[in-house]
Design a protein around this ligand. Structure first.
Ligand SMILES: [Zn+2]
Length: 135
């Protein structure tokens, strides 16, 4: 049994494949950002609070990557997913071999193994097509 560890701290909460992305909301202007940052990119305010982001969004744009990456064998897909909070999240996109991607389609957040390192599994967020009818 491998130990599940987040691939990076502070970006999400996850347990057993369910969870939420952690963004930040500016208390001055209401801007929501992901990943969280020290200052608001909109008003430069530094009074930000952590917020859990929704787990559904729409595919804003995507690309299929054919070059080898450190942890990922090509081809794989990455894209920007627009969440209802008005923030765009850059993420790996899975399930695109089964269901061709189209911009604007409904996407659902999922937490899955990104890679293995020794006795550890690096867990990260990915988005998948939300399925027929956007259910
Ligand atoms: Zn702001």
């Amino acid at each position: 049994m491998k130990t599940r560890v987040p691939f990076r701290e502070g970006l999400f909460e996850e347990k057993g494949g369910k969870g939420a992305l952690l963004g930040a909301r500016c208390r001055s202007c209401g801007q929501v950002i992901f990943p969280p940052a020290e200052a608001c990119p909109n008003c430069r305010g530094k009074d930000l609070e952590t917020v859990r982001l929704g787990n559904k969004g729409k595919l804003y744009t995507y690309t299929i990557v054919h070059m080898k990456a450190e942890h990922f064998a090509p081809p794989y897909a990455v894209g920007w997913i627009e969440l209802p909070e008005g923030v765009r999240v850059f993420s790996q996109v899975r399930g695109w071999q089964e269901q061709p991607l189209e911009t604007g389609m409904d996407m659902a957040l999922s937490f899955e193994k990104l890679w293995e390192e020794g006795d550890r599994e690096a867990i990260g967020y990915v988005f998948r097509p939300a399925g027929k009818g956007g259910a």
